[in-house]
Design a protein around this ligand. Structure first.
Ligand SMILES: Nc1ncnc2c1ncn2[C@@H]1O[C@H](COP(=O)(O)OP(=O)(O)OP(=O)(O)O)[C@@H](O)[C@H]1O
Length: 513
């Protein structure tokens, strides 16, 4: 019988406030593509970090090709033949592909000596890369290829991929899957983490499901549906969103002729963007990050103030282009940025203090600050309400934001902004990294806000999500915004075509010059 490549036996990892892994067993065979799924905070990343030597288990054994090993560092892991592609890449933008890879390898090799090997390996696996190209000129999909090729150069026997497709276009996902299948056919084992259950279904041979740190079951994904996998994961029936038609009210946010240069040298310029958003409606903006999403969000939130010639942003009737983010919040603008750590939350602060960061504004009427004094009780109570309503898994309001799993922090940030009850709410990727059950909860909460009259703008790469929630949908591609059409009058296919930039710009929302 073939020996398993990796066996984890009785692995446990306990943090002060939570059991991240409890008595976990996992077996991965050579050439197997094995999914690890589970709700946010179920312990998936912790388990992967244990394999890669980033986190030390408190208990249990790891067997590698039949013998017990102690993996104390990523260096140890790589020596065994374990490679990991992280969700967020750590590449130097101003360096070339070969320079980046040379820096990351354990054996020091000059970029020039590496270049032919990079070319050969990248072509062999259908992940074409030009070793001389500078990273700043590459798309996220191409950057991910750099990370994968870096791992492949070390001829891994096990490749760990943590939510690899969250940054990829549908086309790039198909290409990635082809490469992974080719690797598996050559005997490489792959551990694959994703919240996208349809991907797991098409790609993976086997799945191990984690719930609250324990293995709750295993499945053969190809014999399941996305729905049955979801239910296996959350242990109950998948909730659905209820979106009733509704007449929108007055205009709450207008963007008029936004022509804004990006502050990032590799960013995208906004080109004559026009949009009006009404009370009681959700407008979804589809498109892949990097097409002006960051620039548009900054222009709306006030992180980037505007000069007259860069166009107009109005909240209700008021021109707010020159106001900063704090001033716009005072006028009732709520905002959830794409990056949860650093922009959405201060990692080292507690959840309570993170609630205070945006909840102090009088417009939110949370009572967190009275006569200039912070009301600690009110701050904690507010954070506690967010934790309860949005089922945030954590050790309480005093937990540091950085100690939460990615999806749980996202739930907290989104929940905090929703509960501040703004007049206009802007979300960037609201369910990014959030498990399917929690994503439904967040989407329903956004729809409920709209039903209470809030004007909501959602930027998302997930078309299913946009179609579930939006009254109207527009596309942002290469810094241009299409007109926003009623969701019922368009289709996922149509929006997909627009996402490639192929839309009738002349038809964009009419705003007087
Ligand atoms: N360094 C840490 N200190 C304290 N608690 C931690 C730490 N790292 C993880 N945890 C906790 O361990 C639990 C499991 O986290 P983990 O990141 O493994 O979950 P996950 O399944 O990968 O979730 P997600 O899908 O949200 O990424 C969570 O409750 C998290 O808050």
């Amino acid at each position: 019988m073939t020996e398993p490549r990796l066996q984890m036996l009785g692995i446990s990892k306990i943090y002060p406030s939570v059991v991240a892994n409890a008595d976990v067993n996992l077996t991965v065979m050579p050439g197997e593509i094995h999914a690890v799924l589970g709700e946010n905070g179920a312990g998936k990343s912790t388990l992967m970090k244990i394999i890669y030597g980033v986190v030390k288990p408190d208990d249990g054994q790891i067997m590698w090709e039949g013998r017990q090993v102690h993996i104390n560092s990523p260096h140890d892991a790589r020596k065994l033949g374990i490679g990991m592609v992280f969700q967020h890449f750590a590449l130097f933008e101003t360096l070339t592909v070969a320079e980046n890879i040379a820096l990351a390898l354990d054996d020091k090799v000059s970029p020039a000596a590496l270049a032919p090997r990079i070319k050969q390996v990248s072509e062999q696996y259908g992940l074409p890369l030009d070793p001389q190209r500078r990273v700043h000129s590459m798309s996220v999909g191409e950057r991910q290829r750099v990370e994968i090729v870096r791992c492949l150069l070390q001829s891994p026997k096990l490749l760990i991929m943590d939510e690899p497709t969250s940054v990829l276009t549908p086309d790039a996902v198909l290409k990635l899957f082809e490469s992974l299948r080719r690797l598996a056919a050559e005997g490489v084992s792959i551990l694959y983490i994703s919240h996208k259950l349809d991907e797991i279904q098409t790609l993976c041979d086997k799945a191990t499901v984690l719930r609250a740190g324990r293995v709750s079951g295993t499945a053969l994904p190809k014999q399941e549906s996305a729905k049955s996998l979801a239910e296996l994961m959350i242990g109950r029936e998948l909730p659905v969103c209820v979106h009733q038609p509704r007449e929108p009210g007055e205009i709450r946010l207008s963007l008029e002729h936004l022509n804004v240069e990006s502050s990032d040298p590799f960013g995208t310029r906004l080109k004559d963007i026009n949009l009006s958003l009404r009370s009681g409606e959700i407008v979804g903006i589809a498109g892949i990050s990097g097409n002006g999403q960051q620039e548009l969000l900054k222009a709306i939130s006030g992180e980037r103030t505007l000069s007259m010639r860069e166009g107009t942003v109005r909240l209700a009737e008021r021109d707010v282009g020159t106001l900063d983010a704090a001033q716009r919040r005072q006028l009732g603008l709520g905002f959830v940025p794409e990056e949860r750590l650093g922009r959405g939350a201060a990692p080292e602060l507690s959840l309570a203090d993170n609630a205070l960061l945006t909840g102090y504004v009088p417009a939110a009427a949370t009572g967190m600050v009275k006569r200039g004094l912070i009301q600690r009780g009110a701050v904690r109570a507010f954070a506690q309400q967010v934790i309860e309503r949005f089922k945030v898994k954590c050790g309480g309001a005093q937990s540091a934001a950085a100690s939460l799993s990615g999806g749980n922090l996202q739930k907290f940030i989104v929940g905090r902004e929703i509960m501040l009850a703004p007049k206009v709410m802007v979300f960037a990727q609201p369910t990014w990294g959030v498990d399917i059950g929690a994503a439904m909860l967040i989407r329903q909460a956004i729809i409920d806000m709209r039903d209470q009259g809030v004007a909501v703008l959602v930027l998302s790469e997930e078309l299913d999500e946009l179609f579930m929630m939006s009254d109207r949908i527009a596309v942002l591609a290469d810094g241009r915004l299409s007109r926003a059409v009623p969701a019922k009058a368009t289709s996922i296919n149509q929006i997909g075509v627009w996402m490639s930039g192929d839309f009738d710009y002349q038809g964009a929302e009419h705003v007087p010059a």
